[in-house]
Write a protein that binds this ligand. Structure first.
Ligand SMILES: [Zn+2]
Length: 219
């Protein structure tokens, strides 16, 4: 829900008018360089975040989607015009949390070939000996995990992706363009962390979706 507040009211009529103004107007009047809009759930919040961005502010916000490229169709879906989106967004970062392997009971192991193939490890000629898992101990209540860390993917805007957004391209098309532009997917980033022994392949598979469709499908 958008919080509302009175802004610069000098009379009763002003107050009635200003009570209808959502909070980013108040933020704009403060003339900050950087703004954080807690979460974009609806058209009103999205439009105002973009309006703030277009008037020279660096705006950070959050949005619930499956991956970074999915944020663009999501914002279009809630009513943002493509030209506004294409001209205001600089980058979209997706994040998932994965559990960290318990340091007290971590052990090396060789994952099943099927799991390696599913996470994309076989495509990268990785050494299976690099992988670890938690055997379970008192410290981790026999779960094999202790704490969590984040895995990321970041889609950086370029002319091609801006044009795709103008054309209302689906998320899979945006994802292919972002991959061609060097984006590392959530799953690939998770695999990298699994290779360093930070988390397990099972965790990465649990919180990420299959990249192969987007990578293998033609334009
Ligand atoms: Zn443990």
């Amino acid at each position: 829900m958008i919080a509302r507040e009175t802004i610069g009211a000098t009379s009763d009529s002003d107050q009635l008018l200003h009570l209808q103004l959502p909070y980013p107007y108040s933020m704009l009047r403060h003339d900050t360089d950087v703004m954080l809009v807690g979460e974009i759930r609806d058209f009103e919040a999205a439009e105002l975040a973009i309006r703030c961005a277009l008037t020279g502010h660096l705006v950070f916000s959050t949005l619930h989607t499956n991956d970074a490229p999915g944020a663009a169709p999501r914002l279009l879906d809630i009513g943002i015009e493509p030209y506004l989106l294409a001209s205001s967004v600089q980058a979209i970062i997706a994040q998932r949390l994965v559990r960290i392997i318990c340091p007290n009971c971590a052990e090396q192991y060789t994952p099943e070939p099927e799991a390696l193939a599913e996470v994309g490890a076989s495509d990268n000629a990785l050494s299976p000996a690099a992988f670890r898992r938690g055997a379970g101990c008192d410290s981790c209540r026999n779960t094999g995990y202790l704490g969590r860390t984040a895995i990321y993917e970041m889609m950086v805007m370029n002319d091609e992706i801006r044009q795709l957004i103008m054309d209302r391209a689906p998320g899979t098309t945006l994802k292919r363009a972002a991959l061609a532009n060097g984006m590392q997917t959530l799953r690939a980033n998770g695999l990298e962390k699994a290779c360093r022994g930070a988390t397990t392949i099972d965790e990465v598979l649990r919180v990420t979706q299959d990249d192969r469709d987007a990578i293998n499908l033609g334009p």
